[in-house]
Each structure stands twice: as structure tokens, then as C-alpha cells.
Design a protein around this ligand. Sequence first.
Ligand code: ARG
Length: 262
Amino acid sequence: NARSAVALVALGGVLLAGCSSSDDTSPDGTAADGSVATISEGMLTVCTNPPFEPFELEQDGEIVGLDMSLVGEVAADLDLELAPLATGFDGIESGAALNANQCDVVASGITITDERAANMDFSEAYFDADQGLLVTEGSDLSDVASLEGKKIAVQIATTGATWAEENGLEGVVFDDLGAQVQALQTGQVDAVVNDIAVLSPFITDGLEVAANFSTGEQYGFGVKKGNTALLTAIDDTLERLHSDGTYDELYTEWIGTAPAEG
Ligand code: ARG
């Protein structure tokens, strides 16, 4: 009957539209109309792994933080709505989340490494990082030598886990920073190793940061390999944020101090 014929035509239209938009996206991520193509229309979907304050944390059911503010600026420049998605860090750092089209961007305090750069394309660096050691107050653990034979909580697939391994330390692997800290508080491990900037939020909980291991890391945002349309947009936004002062403002808001010169 006429009604179902109309419904069928409408359905066909939807299916066609769905097909043509992805077919019209060129391999470099440019849509037919010249805009940057994304996996969900009108949205910039971003994989991230909270809790990782001040870069990504859940607040009133929303994921916020320096990473989200920065990619939020990218989304705004592209006229897209920011859609953060909490996912496992292993899938984020391996490129699996990007390759499975789970998200357009990975923004998760990710250290740029050669191995990772083989599996995704990185933006310009936006933050300098080192590893740090979190212990219970009054502990005598403070350097690599003192950590020998101790149980050290590390986060899965992170540079902190690699650091512990390279230093011959026993890393106990946890899914996220929250689980690492909980293990320290319950006496399951003797110390936590993760990026130094995310340890300071715990200083007030009977815990203290006992060492800074200078690894000279730099964070970058990642996109699927070959997605130069989105990568260029991210770098353009980062450049704007540095020149118009927004980067310094957001950095100060989330980190609590102004960024170092240079
Ligand atoms: N910077 C470290 C790395 O790349 C740790 C990042 C963990 N990020 C997170 N949101 N949990 O391995």
C-alpha cells in the first residue's frame, strides 16, 4: 500500500544518505563538501581514560579536564559538538580504538612515542611530562634503589609501566589510575608510578609525591593514520590557542600554575 511504499522510499533515502556520506569521504578524511569527516555526524567523538585529573575526570556525569577543554576548542573550530567517550587506555594507545572507528580522536595524556606513532598520527605536542612516585606519607621510598623488591602499581600500557620494567622493578598492572591509588591506600602495593602531573591531586589523602623521574615525555592528540584533514585541524586549533592566549588560560585553570616560558 501507499503508506509502506512511502516508508520504504524514506528508508531507502536514509540508507543511501548513510552510504554516500562515507563513500564521499576521501582517504585523508575530507568529506565531499570539504569539511572534516567524523564518525558521528555533527560530533567530534573523543576517546579518553579518566580518572586522570587534571587532564580527564568525571564531574557531575560529564568528562572534563585540560584534554577535554583543548579538544573542545578543536570541536568548536570545526562546528562540531564534543562527545567524550571513556575507554580503556590500552585500546587508546595501541590505535585499536581509532582503527575500530570508536572515536575520531584520542585525547588521554598520551605520551608521543615512536611505537605509538607507527599506529596513529600525532598532533603537535601540547604538554611536557615526567614520571612520578606516589607513596603513603612517611614512607622511605624515594628513588629507584629504594624501590627494589617493592610492589609498584603501574597503569596498563603506559609509559610508567615501561619505565618500571626498564628499571628492573616489579610492576603490578592496574586498569586505571583510580585502581592504582586504591591499591596503595589498601596496602596492596608499596608505591604508584604514573605521570607526575596526575599525582598531585592525591597529596591530601595521606599520600605524598616522593620522587620525580625525569623522562622528558610530551603529550599529543592522536588520530587514525592518514587522517590529515583532522590532524591539520587539530594543529591549526593548537596554534590558535597558543597565539590568542587561550592555551595559557586553560593550562592555568587546570594545572594551577602558568605554563613555563618557551
Ligand atoms: N602519559 C602516559 C602514557 O602515555 C600515561 C597516560 C595515561 N592516560 C590516562 N588518561 N589514563 O603512557
